[in-house]
Design a protein around this ligand. Structure first.
Ligand SMILES: Nc1ncnc2c1ncn2[C@@H]1O[C@H](COP(=O)(O)OP(=O)(O)OP(=O)(O)O)[C@@H](O)[C@H]1O
Ligand SMILES: [Mg+2]
Length: 323
């Protein structure tokens, strides 16, 4: 299973928007895709679904059709995970719906992680709950690709989400905080990978098939800022020039002569296309004049389509997804 987490502990760098747009683009390119909303803030679900549907999926009490619903028996101690509802966004594109209640399992994930090293079965069941739910849903959906959205932190939910990821794409913005984010992210990923591989060999015989926790770094996607008044673009250039080296050193763990190739693609800030896309519940590159994309917007829609085609094809090439 090729599963890619879009991850950066720096907030607001475009993780959710990239998962949403690349998921649609991969579907357009002929792949069956499962998008997974593992951020308790559930922004991916909010982006993809209208309010009426969200009200149905998030009633007042239990939410059986969200990811939390799929984990509820395990968390509640009455059983193991159950198959998750796959929300259909388009024929080939399905989504596992997020839930604010996911944040309630942070403590459990935190407690059980070190117990994996003792070979305890429940520890493995809890730590790999996301992977097992995703794996089952991806098989049912016959997905060749899973794209995972996570929140901006280095907590236990994200650690379990990353254990479920064969690959990691890092969205970055050209600013000081993004560079600092990379400096935290790289060593943390290495530590998670290493701890999981130590735990993996202790897995109980009852749970032989578990994720390898590869978290292979695919590269970074530079998401440009909206040009702000009084902020000269020169300042962005300064941070952008440092990105290849900081990414290589911090995330790949070596500074190499090919560090520039770690940039997968650069995505333009499409300003007013995004609010139009949110209102139409469509990706920006699929907007039509009926959605309000008129005049100069048409050219931007086209450019956006090219941007996401290039990005998705390059990700596919790097992760070895058959094109
Ligand atoms: N290419 C783009 N063009 C226009 N607007 C964008 C683009 N990418 C992201 N945005 C906007 O920037 C803001 C932050 O993006 P997004 O929510 O995707 O970031 P995030 O990294 O998922 O944030 P968080 O860390 O809070 O989860 C949003 O308002 C989004 O609509
Ligand atoms: Mg987000």
């Amino acid at each position: 299973m090729i599963s890619i987490a879009f991850f950066n502990n720096k907030g607001g760098v475009g993780k959710t928007s990239l998962v949403y747009h690349t998921a649609w683009m991969f579907a357009e390119l002929g792949h069956r895709v499962l998008a997974v909303d593992l951020d308790p803030q559930s922004n991916l679900s909010i982006m993809a679904l209208d309010e009426e549907r969200l009200e149905e999926l998030w009633p007042d009490n239990d939410n059986p059709d969200t990811l939390h619903g799929a984990l509820a028996p395990l968390v509640g101690g009455t059983g193991d995970v159950r198959p998750a509802h796959i929300e259909s966004l388009a024929g080939p594109l399905g989504m596992l719906v997020g839930d604010l209640a996911l944040s309630r399992i942070e403590d459990d994930l935190s407690t059980e992680w070190p117990r994996c090293l003792e070979g305890r079965e429940r520890a493995f069941r809890v730590t790999t709950a996301f992977w097992r739910v995703i794996r089952e849903a991806a098989d049912r959906h016959q997905a060749s690709l899973v794209l995972i959205d996570v929140g901006p932190n280095l907590g236990a939910i994200n650690r379990a989400a990353l254990v479920a990821a064969s690959h990691v794409v890092v969205p970055v913005a050209p600013d000081l905080f993004s560079l600092q984010g990379l400096r935290n992210l790289g060593p943390t990923l290495r530590q998670w990978r290493q701890s999981w591989s130590q735990a993996f060999v202790k897995r109980p015989a009852t749970l032989m098939e578990l994720p390898k926790g590869e978290m292979n770094p695919v590269g970074y996607v530079l998401v440009q800022h909206a040009e702000r008044l009084g902020r000269p673009t020169k300042a962005y250039g300064k941070w952008e020039r440092q990105l290849p080296e900081v990414y290589s050193e911090s995330v790949v763990g070596q500074s190499d002569a090919f560090s520039a190739t770690n940039q997968i693609h650069r995505i333009k800030h499409y300003r007013s296309l995004m609010p139009l896309a949110m209102a139409a519940r469509k990706p920006m590159f699929a907007l039509r004049s009926a959605d309000g994309a008129i005049g100069a917007h048409q050219t931007s829609v086209q450019k956006c389509h090219e941007d996401f085609t290039t990005l998705s094809r390059e990700i596919a090439r790097r992760v070895g997804l058959r094109q």
